[in-house]
Design a protein around this ligand. Structure first.
Ligand code: PRP
Length: 175
């Protein structure tokens, strides 16, 4: 069984406030045309839902991919596999990859390379959380919600062995 997750690292209010700021920045950077939010399941489902609602233009397309990189362990296996691909053509479109967390950078650098081959008009990354200390592969990230220390976090979409995703804040999981 996973241990308790009673230390709140980022409260629900802090998350929501930061998402509004990120949305304002994104709106300014993409003054016109549809934005394709390519969200990576499962962890990013809450973030993409709140980010999408914070964007005020009507033309926000929400698309999902699934990529597996961790399994149920606390550390990255370094293995990346697309388990669900996009069902739309992103060629010529403004694409924003929406992630919950960047850790080693293995997933995002793979995904960025993959989507670049599909010739979007633009391609950038928005992540709610960034753990820069853990980076193995460099990734350029345009929008970062919070830079966090190297602690195992759960909640707001992030899991440990599929538990805790439903929490509305981000908590540190005890060993
Ligand atoms: C997490 C997260 C990223 C990836 C980041 O997904 O959502 O996709 O790991 O790690 P990296 O920078 O070390 O590659 P996970 O594989 O845990 O799947 P989940 O979103 O379904 O929980």
């Amino acid at each position: 069984m996973p241990g308790p997750a009673d230390r709140v690292l980022i409260s629900s209010e802090q998350i929501q406030r930061r998402i509004q700021e990120m949305a304002t920045e994104i709106e300014a950077d993409y003054p016109e045309g549809p934005i394709y939010l390519v969200s990576v399941l499962k962890g990013a489902f809450m973030f993409v839902a709140d980010l999408a609602r914070a964007l005020k233009r009507p033309s926000v397309r929400i698309e999902f991919m699934a990529i597996s990189s961790y399994g149920n362990a606390k550390t990255s296996s370094g293995q990346v596999k697309v388990t669900r691909d996009l069902d739309v053509n992103i060629e010529g479109h403004q694409v924003l990859i929406v992630e919950d967390i960047i850790d080693s950078g293995v997933t995002l650098s793979y995904l960025k390379r993959l989507l670049e081959q599909r010739k979007p008009k633009s391609l950038a990354i928005a992540t709610l959380l960034d753990k820069p200390e853990r980076r193995i592969q460099p990734v350029t990230v345009k929008y970062v919600g919070f830079r966090i220390p190297d602690e195992f976090v759960v909640g707001y979409g992030l899991d440990f062995a599929e538990d805790y995703r439903n929490l509305s804040d981000i908590r540190v999981l005890s060993a």
